[in-house]
Ligand binder design. Structure first.
Ligand code: AP5
Ligand code: MG
Length: 214
């Protein structure tokens, strides 16, 4: 199964993609996570991406599209994947459609996690992430067992630089301008399914699983 998650920054794409990946035994492919892993490893790609990410802007397509294509051609993606954060604009979507159709493949579902802007700032200001393993928490909605410490690996949690309120506003603008047109693009393709992302995490996942089937 090949799935795309779309939604505003902080809508819960990563939270739900992780659960989809576990349930359907497919890799969770997050372009944001790949950029952050590269930055942590000190690669040139990571340094280039950081400049754009810290400003809440999109990393240029010349960097992003090739990186994603390489990732989905790795062996573990042969049985499908859940894409989180890609595509993020029409040129990225068109590149993906063209690459897949070239090999007789297609995306099965695009899941739109719908959360209005007014809920997003609170989501982002409360998010805490693990700099080591990438696990995501929320100070109110997804608390770690021990405050400020990652349940999975025991590392001290941090706030993402791009979760500063001003940067979140910029990311929301970029989302509305560049990413939201994908809703129409995939709706016309007949594969878009929307879920109410303001519900609690369990209910959002139940709704997604009902769409994807067993
Ligand atoms: P990326 O890492 O993809 O960030 P994003 O899309 O802005 O999304 P987030 O990761 O911030 O949010 P999310 O939807 O995953 O929410 P989460 O589950 O964490 O991208 C970062 C940057 O990289 C971009 O700005 C860009 O610069 C660059 N980039 C990445 N991909 C690119 C591309 N394709 N092209 C160009 N540039 C690209 O949840 C958020 C919080 O809410 C958490 O604390 C969580 O616990 C909580 N939460 C989740 N669900 C619920 C719920 N139902 N109720 C209450 N709280 C909830
Ligand atoms: Mg995410």
């Amino acid at each position: 199964m090949k799935i795309i998650m779309v939604g505003a920054p902080g809508a819960g794409k990563g939270t739900q993609a992780k659960r989809i990946a576990e349930k359907y035994s497919i890799p969770h492919v997050s372009t944001g996570d790949i950029f952050r892993a590269n930055l942590k490893a000190g690669t040139e790609l990571g340094m280039k991406a950081k400049v754009f990410m810290d400003q809440g802007a999109l990393v240029p397509d010349e960097i992003t599209i090739g990186m994603l294509m390489d990732r989905i051609h790795e062996a573990d993606c042969a049985g499908g994947y859940v894409l989180d954060g890609f595509p993020r604009n029409i040129p990225q979507a068109e590149s993906l459609t063209a690459a897949l159709s070239g090999s007789g493949e297609a995306i099965d579902y695009v899941v739109d996690v719908d959360v209005p802007d007014e809920n997003i700032i609170e989501r982002m200001s409360g998010r805490r992430t693990c700099p080591k393993c990438g696990a995501s928490y929320h100070i109110r909605y997804a608390r770690p067992q021990s405050e400020g410490i990652c349940d999975a690996c025991g590392t001290a949690l941090i706030q993402r630089i791009d979760d500063a309120a001003e940067t979140v506003k910029k990311r929301l603008d970029v989302y509305h301008e560049q990413t939201q047109p994908l809703i129409d693009y995939y709706s016309k393709a007949g594969i878009l399914r929307s879920v109410d992302g303001t519900q609690d995490m369990e209910k959002v996942f139940t709704d997604i699983a009902a769409i994807l089937g067993d």
